[in-house]
Design a protein around this ligand. Structure first.
Ligand code: NAD
Length: 485
């Protein structure tokens, strides 16, 4: 159904509703085999200029003339089509990102759900009236920023387009999207679907390309009014600096080192799948991966044994085999993750409590890494401080609540956390003390829930996407004070 596939050469630049070849080329690698399976003709700074101009023109053209309800209807229509194409999109993502098919399909359906949510929300964003001095009527309006730039990573391409681009469109911005160079196929497929469903020309423009050229040009562009960036903390700092030159607002969704705190009274049966899944989902390449498991000493040994058993059952293999874990995105990422794992091997006192298993027939060129569960890691060690972005979890014991909170908060990041306890007072107390953008109690949603505002504190970023909060972020508030006597 989709006019796009990994094997054909793809045009990666969409400007004002027209596809063009652009000035650069990006290879499409299948991480499950390491083979180059296609090529994307991608763009550079000149294409970004044109894309921003097309977005600006859309704001005063057909797109800008739509009512909020009409915008919502277009987004809802695109959402239905995305849902119809979910299997094809999942296959494309599996080949491009190495994501097991079931996880890739969940991403496609999440994108459809974002379109449903933001399509429905488009005409429900209200201003307020404010009581003021006698003779005045004062009200607020929520207005689109104008042209929004969206720079996205490779780990959840469809979900991140959903929470960023569709929310910006819902409130009337015109968008320019720069997807990650490692994974642009579903972004291009999404743009085709949006075009086919009648999204007015120029409302969404796409420039696939390198971060340092196309991405940097978009972040620094003087005519981009807001930048939404999802990616590493290091690049996030560059984006914020580039936008600061023109005082443009930015949303930064960055990395994490999230912790799940398991107290002695926790329901371990309920916790177990969440503890492991949140570490190995998408081969650990998840911003909100729970890479630290903090366990109270009373249940430490029993839980460790159960965690290890679960790890032993994890199979790693090609995305299209749809096992529990797929390959890492690239040889580069494999080397980074292996480098962290080698720290464990080199340091006495750190033990490998369990590992998953790479299936025997996994292609030799694929970027596989067997998930690893580590113990004996001091909370200050690099393995417990730095974002590894691979399926490596450390299990750290604690004595009491104060110590657990101190360890959980003791990194540079603050994205997501979870508390497992049956004690209601403790649930609320610890949820309040944890420095994170989302806290789950007796569950863990790695970024989960379209409706739930999401984002970080500290080096995990600032600003919120998802839920209604995203709509506030993609609008500027104007106060109108009328003196009528
Ligand atoms: P990355 O920062 O390397 O790249 C992200 C995007 O930025 C890509 O599109 C890339 O091309 C672009 N880019 C790179 N250099 C640039 C530059 N100089 N100027 C402008 N753009 C540039 O991140 P990644 O490796 O693709 O993704 C992994 C990171 O993303 C991890 O740290 C992860 O935690 C984070 N992430 C965060 C969230 C969240 O919601 N908080 C979600 C997913 C991923």
């Amino acid at each position: 159904m989709l006019d796009i596939g990994p094997s054909a050469a793809q045009d990666g630049v969409l400007i004002g509703g027209e596809w063009r070849a652009g000035e650069a080329a990006l290879p499409v690698e299948d991480p499950s085999t390491g083979e180059i399976v296609g090529e994307i003709a991608a763009g550079g700074a000149a294409d970004v200029d044109d894309a921003v101009a097309a977005a600006r023109a859309a704001l005063t053209g057909e797109w800008g003339a739509l009512s909020a309800a009409e915008r919502g209807r277009v987004l809802s229509r695109i959402g239905l089509r995305v849902a119809e194409c979910a299997d094809e999109l999942a296959r494309l993502e599996a080949i491009d990102v190495g994501k097991p098919l079931k996880q890739a399909k969940a991403d496609a359906l999440a994108l459809a759900r974002y379109l449903e949510f933001y399509g429905g929300a488009a005409d429900k964003l209200h201003g307020e009236t404010i009581p003021y001095l006698d003779g005045y009527t004062v009200f607020t309006r929520r207005e689109p920023h104008g042209v929004t730039g969206h720079i996205t990573p490779w780990n959840y391409p469809m979900q991140i387009i959903g929470r960023s681009v569709t929310a910006a469109l819902a409130v009337g911005n015109a968008a320019v999207l720069k997807p990650a160079e490692e994974a642009s196929l579903t972004a291009l497929a999404f743009a085709r679907i949006a075009n086919d469903c009648g999204l007015p020309k120029g409302a969404l423009n796409v420039v696939a390309g390198d971060g340092e050229t196309a991405g940097a040009a978009l972040a620094a562009h003087p005519d981009v009014d807001h930048v939404s960036f999802t990616g590493s903390s290091a690049v996030g700092a560059l984006i914020q600096t580039a936008a600061a030159a023109r005082a443009a607002p930015v949303t930064l969704e960055l990395g994490g080192k999230s912790a799940q705190l398991v107290f002695d009274d926790a329901d371990l049966d309920a916790a177990l799948p969440f503890l492991v899944n949140a570490g190995v989902q998408n081969a650990g390449q998840t911003c909100s991966a729970a890479s630290r498991l903090l366990v109270q000493r009373g249940v430490y040994d029993a839980l460790l044994e159960r965690l290890a058993r679960r790890y032993g059952a994890l199979r790693v293999g090609p995305a299209l085999r749809d096992l529990e874990v797929g390959p890492l995105i690239s040889a580069r990422q494999q080397k980074i993750v292996q480098g962290y794992f080698d720290l464990a091997e080199a340091r006495s006192g750190i033990a490998v409590a369990a590992r998953g298993r790479i299936v025997d027939d996994a292609p030799g060129g694929g970027h596989y890494f067997a998930p690893a569960l580590l113990t004996g890691v001091a909370p200050s060690h690099r393995l417990a401080q730095e974002e590894i972005f691979g399926p490596v979890q450390v299990v750290i014991p604690f004595d009491d609540e104060d110590e657990a909170v101190a360890i959980a908060n003791g990194t540079a990041f603050g994205l997501v956390a979870a508390v497992w306890t049956r004690d209601g007072a403790r649930q609320l107390r610890v949820a309040g003390r944890l420095k994170a953008g989302q806290v789950f109690v007796n569950n863990y949603g790695a970024g989960g829930g379209v409706e739930l505002p999401f984002g970080g504190v500290k080096r995990s970023g600032h600003g919120r996407e998802k839920g209604f909060e995203a709509l506030y972020g993609f609008t500027a508030l104007k106060t109108v004070a009328v003196l009528h006597g």
